[in-house]
Design a protein around this ligand. Structure first.
Ligand SMILES: *[C@@H]1O[C@H](CO)[C@@H](O)[C@H](O)[C@H]1NC(C)=O
Ligand SMILES: *[C@@H]1O[C@H](CO)[C@@H](O)[C@H](O)[C@H]1NC(C)=O
Ligand SMILES: *[C@H]1O[C@H](CO)[C@@H](O)[C@H](O)[C@H]1NC(C)=O
Length: 475
């Protein structure tokens, strides 16, 4: 029985000043897994979860670290059990109950997640958990649940917040630099959102989960309301920072922009969730690479949202990228990558179309540098070592292209990169090196040929499975 509620500061924490430990002991690193919503919505049954689980194994995603198989909305009956008050699984969809599905998922050495809402009903109208937190947490623990996604639909009037936080999550309601333009009841500056009723609704489920003997990773999905970044870490292992994602490049950039301003809240046990992945769901391979790379760099949970029976192999490769996963799952460095320069815009500009483009972060293998091309065509971008925190413009570094795992040699000062539209260049600087004897080309191409890439320079190095390359630019 674990019922300690207080977050315990880690003594002599590694690489972080504000490390917390959850009583559950789960959620130190961002969650990796799969969730049914983005590809199946309410059209779910046990078979879809067992198939997804088997695909995680067969595609090598389990070996890469993906472990949670998460059920989203629509798994239950439309009413609770009249005598026990418990939630009941839809036995047409889950013939052996959720417990039966959980046993099968566990037999594959994977974990299982469930879904509810901090309201009277879920978003799809099924019974939800506000006021029933203990009953439901106990039920899920009895079933063998390992993870809870806790949504924010159907909040009754008496639980409404006294004032709201300006969350410029939709371009049509926001003014310059993330200000809100519609006429809502915004809280005064300095307002303590941890005192909001929203925070209280989510704390109640935290306490119910912590009171179970089974560890369950608690993941908040209250869409970034009530300035959750300021209190989310005291309640859960992760919190959604925005409304829902969808499989659209504009929305992906919009969420990237919003979440980029939340990075100071992120550390071990504390992950700002930029929402589940749309990689493989009809966005381009380049867009999928940018989406995945930046979500990994921000230490967002990485929950695959594609139908794994249909997913293109290039997108599987993207989500198995060993450098990006190593960065996201680093057990020594809890802090995310952060923008070192916005690029198109002046630093700290809030722009849903042109989010921060130049990012860097530290992990065990060195420094990761990411450059996003938000243009609509191939563009050249300069990476100057001197701009990157912790690096020096006077030094040379051993550079690896993270997409192709190509060693680009010892590069001094920086480099120019030719990046396909909507793609992201990702480099790992593994350490200092002495100036190269042979002059190394300072311009590299990063891209995939389904976008725009004139010239034949890269073809010699293309990989047989998927044609992608990084190669010195021909001048
Ligand atoms: C239970 O599942 C079946 C099969 O998918 C579906 O037709 C039915 O509507 C579900 N029941 C509820 C209450 O959603
Ligand atoms: C935008 O807002 C942020 C955060 O409030 C601030 O730091 C920044 O200076 C603003 N940027 C511009 C370009 O006004
Ligand atoms: C912003 O801009 C300058 C010059 O481009 C840069 O040196 C500085 O470190 C920037 N980064 C941040 C995060 O403010």
């Amino acid at each position: 029985m674990v019922n300690v509620r207080i977050l315990v500061p880690l003594a002599a924490a590694v690489g972080t000043s504000s490390a917390l430990v959850r009583p559950s002991g789960v959620g130190r690193l961002p969650a990796l897994g799969w969730n049914s919503w983005n590809s199946f919505h309410c059209d779910i049954d046990e078979n879809k979860f067992l198939t997804a689980a088997q695909k995680l194994v067969d595609l090598g995603l389990k070996d890469a670290g993906y472990e949670y198989v998460n059920i989203d909305d629509c798994w239950s009956e439309s009413s609770r059990d009249a005598s026990t008050g418990r939630l009941r699984p839809n036995m047409t969809r889950f013939p052996d109950g959720i417990k039966g599905t959980a046993d099968k998922i566990h037999a594959m050495n994977l974990k299982i997640g469930i879904y509810s809402s901090a309201g009277t009903q879920t978003c799809a109208g099924y019974p939800a958990s506000l006021g029933q937190e203990s009953t439901d947490a106990k039920t899920w623990a009895d079933w063998g649940i390992d993870y809870l996604k806790y949504d924010n639909c159907n909040v009754p009037d008496q639980w409404r917040d006294e004032c709201v936080f300006c969350l410029a999550d939709d371009k049509s309601h926001s003014g310059s630099n993330g200000t809100c333009t519609d006429n809502q009841n915004y809280c005064p500056s300095g307002y303590d959102y941890s005192k909001s009723k929203t925070a209280e609704r989510y704390r109640r489920m935290r306490d119910a989960i912590d009171a179970q003997s089974r560890p369950m990773l608690y993941s908040l999905c209250e869409w970034g309301t009530a300035n959750v970044g300021t209190w989310g870490a005291s309640v859960a292992a992760s919190w959604r920072s925005t409304g829902d994602i969808f499989n659209n490049w504009g929305r992906i950039k919009e969420i990237l922009n919003e979440n980029s301003f939340q990075m100071n809240h992120v550390d071990f046990w504390a992950h700002s969730d930029a929402d589940m992945l749309e990689v493989g769901n009809g966005i381009s391979v380049a867009e999928g690479r940018s989406h995945f790379a930046l979500w990994a760099a921000m230490k967002s949970p990485l929950l695959i949202g594609a139908d794994l029976t249909q997913i293109p192999s290039a997108d599987v490769d993207t989500m198995k990228n060993k450098y990006l996963l190593a960065f996201n799952q680093d057990d020594v460095h809890g802090k995310p990558a952060t923008p070192y320069k916005w690029g198109t815009n002046p630093n700290w500009t809030w722009d849903a179309d042109r989010p921060a483009e130049y990012w860097s972060g530290t992990f065990k293998q060195g420094t990761m540098v990411l450059v996003l091309n938000t243009d609509e065509s191939t563009a050249t971008r300069n990476i100057a070592w001197g701009d990157i925190p912790g690096l020096s413009g006077d030094k040379s570094y051993q550079v690896t292209d993270a997409w192709t795992d190509t060693d680009l040699g010892c590069v001094g000062g920086g480099m120019d990169v030719v990046i396909s539209a909507h793609d992201t260049a990702v480099f790992v600087l593994k350490g200092e090196c002495s100036s190269p004897k042979r002059r190394v080309a300072r311009t590299f191409r990063v891209g995939i040929p389904d976008v725009v890439l004139p010239g034949k320079a890269g073809l010699a190095r293309r990989t047989p499975k998927w044609r992608r390359w990084t190669t010195p630019e021909v001048r």
